[in-house]
Design a protein around this ligand. Structure first.
Ligand code: FUB
Ligand code: ZN
Length: 647
């Protein structure tokens, strides 16, 4: 038995759980095996690589986030040299400011994985050396305490390590992002510099928490996912066990703000701070997959039903409430909802993990909706301006973007920009998955990839201008002829439903459709109950699967239980949600009179190239709608996704 499996088996015995699984049944094809070669996502990734990544690294420097590591190192050095009382008041705002540097390095590492860049690699080496110098001899790494060790340098920091982590100190949150970053950097460069910092820190966590005696629920989840990544890369079962210890330390009887109201296995509702929640559910999926403990999966399945059935915005955003950056009550989906960018990308990672467990396309349907809308809206077309909240309405002047009106270059609390950047840089990791002799196609984008299946390497080439049109030519080229099953996702929107729940619906659901051809021959294109069309055959070089998804413009209405959308309509085409901006048109007091005549118009020079909608109503109103993700790229103007409609 390979060492890694042996460790997992021993771990399962020590945890008292039966080892029913050693990993997700559906294995993702890594992002490094797939690259975009043109079209929509190549443009976005290229802006990310050339603008956002250098910009975010530079912001970490300019804002003092990297300097914090230098200050922590300086305090250690001077105290070791005898200046006993020397300490420095942390000069930046939040004790989790360290994580922005970790996330930016992680995103840069993904970029490096796809395209070597000696200058960027050297820049990261420099940052990592500064981070390593701020690590205390026993592995502790948290600049806000190290630079101010005698008394708490911030009201969120406790007198002793970890004391205030269940509240707001974010010590374990910092550790989680550190681990994500260290593993990414190691995998990109083969260098252990940051990984060794992570492992030294994890050893400390093991000493402090590994025996399970100190029951401490991390105040902001992510350390669980980070530990799982450390486990995956090292095979050291202690990191997985620690992840489970931290999960099991939650609840009952704590605040629901950070999901400590119940034991995690008893939770059944998406609740509290939305980023924390979605990171928790992702961590639960990981631990369930790697331990075989199905109780976590049962819980997150119920939570997913609640989130998708009652708390999801049309844009794929979640976390309606600014107060607490939190999920609201069932159907509480006001148009000015908060929808933090981080919550959107965390929803994507959670949904992807749900797919990896079940092989059900509905999770990738939610993933796609969020990716194209409520996630992508977080960054400007230019790549250097950002949204933290992503509401569905804007009055043209409010400073609702963390004290900014419109997109901002950076934030005091800058969690979103580098988080978006790392997700965008690794997006191709969500395109394909395999299980046994089945190959899953989950995401449509012009790209090339290589997948191992049935003992053969298969080259996958997608030619498409999705999401602008629904045609995809997928060349499937095994190294040698090979029988396997290709499973192509038929998006839920192509099947006449915006989301895999009854939260929203199309006014004309029948006005949808798709077709599937192989080598020019129509094949049975009935999706199975998991949302895929299966094509089993002996594949050989030259085989091309042609997918055609009809892309009519859909009028969308909300479930009657959503107060905000009653009597209103929104517009979608393919996976894109549209909005109207008050630019060259009046959008206040819109009242669209049915019937509507809607046409599309390509605008290759506008907003990076879009298809806009031209909406004419029965009263002669003309409106131009643009994809939601592209709003507020032309100056301040009011915007709305939902519009009043009268019969
Ligand atoms: O608390 C750390 C991060 O800051 C959270 O994930 C964001 O919601 C923001 O509050
Ligand atoms: Zn954020």
């Amino acid at each position: 038995m390979p060492l890694r499996l042996l460790r997992v088996a021993l771990l399962a015995v020590s945890l008292g759980t039966a080892l029913r699984a050693v990993d997700y049944p559906y294995q993702p094809v890594p992002f490094t095996a797939v690259r975009v070669t043109g079209g929509f996502w190549e443009q976005k990734q290229e802006v990310n690589r050339t603008v956002t990544v250098p910009f975010a690294l530079q912001q970490c420097e300019a804002s003092g986030r990297l300097k914090n590591f230098d200050l922590a190192a300086e305090v250690m050095r001077r105290r070791a040299a005898g200046e006993k009382d020397f300490q420095i008041k942390p000069p930046t705002i939040y004790p989790f400011d360290d994580t922005d540097a970790y996330k930016a390095i992680e995103g840069a590492a993904y970029v490096l994985s796809m395209k070597p860049d000696a200058a960027l690699e050297k820049q990261l080496d420099g940052y990592i050396a500064r981070i390593a110098a701020a690590q205390e001899p026993d592995g502790y790494l948290y600049t806000f305490r190290t630079m101010h060790p005698d008394t708490p340098g911030h009201e969120w920091v406790g007198q002793n390590r970890w004391d205030k982590d269940p509240e707001l100190s974010h010590e374990l949150y910092n550790a989680g992002h550190l681990y994500e970053s260290g593993v990414a950097h190691f995998q990109a460069t083969g260098k252990r510099t940051l990984l060794d910092v992570c492992l030294k820190n994890a050893e400390l966590l093991w000493r402090d928490f590994g025996d399970g005696k100190r029951r401490l629920a991390p105040g902001h989840e992510i350390v669980e996912m980070g530990l799982v990544r450390l486990y995956r890369v090292t095979g050291d079962a202690r990191w997985l066990k620690l992840a489970q210890i931290f999960l099991d330390a939650r609840g009952p009887g704590g605040p629901d703000y950070n999901q400590r109201h119940k034991l995690v296995v008893d939770q059944d509702e998406a609740i509290g701070h939305a980023v924390r929640a979605n990171y928790l559910y992702s961590g639960m999926a990981d631990v369930a997959a790697l331990t075989g403990d199905a109780r976590y999966l049962a819980a997150i399945t119920k939570i997913w039903d609640n989130a998708t059935g009652k708390k999801l915005y049309l844009t794929g955003g979640v976390g309606a409430l600014a107060n607490g950056e939190a999920y609201g009550a069932d159907y509480e989906l006001p148009h000015d909802g908060y929808n933090e960018t981080c919550a959107a990308l965390a929803l994507m990672t959670w949904n992807h993990r749900m797919f990896l467990f079940t092989g059900d396309a509905k999770y990738m349907d939610v993933f796609e909706r969020t990716a194209f809308n409520g996630f992508l809206s977080g960054v400007s077309v230019s790549g250097d301006r950002f949204f933290y909240p992503n509401p569905l309405v804007y009055d043209g002047k409010a400073k609702n973007n963390h004290e900014h009106a419109g997109r901002a270059p950076w934030f005091g609390c800058a969690c979103c920009p580098p988080n978006l950047m790392r997700t965008l840089a690794s997006l191709t990791g969500y395109f394909y998955a395999v299980k046994d002799e089945a190959l899953y196609v989950n995401f449509y984008a012009q790209s090339e990839g290589e997948v191992k299946i049935a003992g053969t390497t298969v080259k996958l080439t997608q030619k498409t201008d999705y999401p602008w049109s629904g045609g995809v030519k997928l060349a499937v080229s095994p190294a040698a002829p090979k029988k396997f099953t290709l499973k192509v996702r038929i998006p839920v929107w192509a099947q006449g439903r915006p989301v895999p729940s009854d939260l929203y619906s199309y006014v004309e659901p029948a006005n949808a459709g798709w077709r599937v051809h192989v080598r020019g021959q129509k094949v049975d294109d009935t999706p199975d109950k998991t949302g895929y069309v299966s094509i089993t055959r002996e594949w050989k070089s030259g085989d091309v699967v042609e997918l055609g998804f009809s892309m009519p413009v859909h009028e969308v209405v909300g479930n009657e239980k959503i107060a905000a959308t009653r009597g209103q309509v929104a517009f979608e085409r393919g996976p894109l949600v549209y909005c109207v901006e008050e630019i060259g048109q009046k959008i206040d007091a819109i009242s669209l009179k049915a019937p509507l005549a809607i046409s599309t118009r390509e605008q290759s020079a506008l907003l990076g190239g879009i298809t806009e909608l031209v909406i004419k109503d029965g009263a002669g109103t003309d409106l131009i709608a643009i994809p939601y993700y592209a709003w507020n790229n032309r100056g301040l103007a009011s915007m709305t996704v939902w519009m009043k409609q009268v019969k």
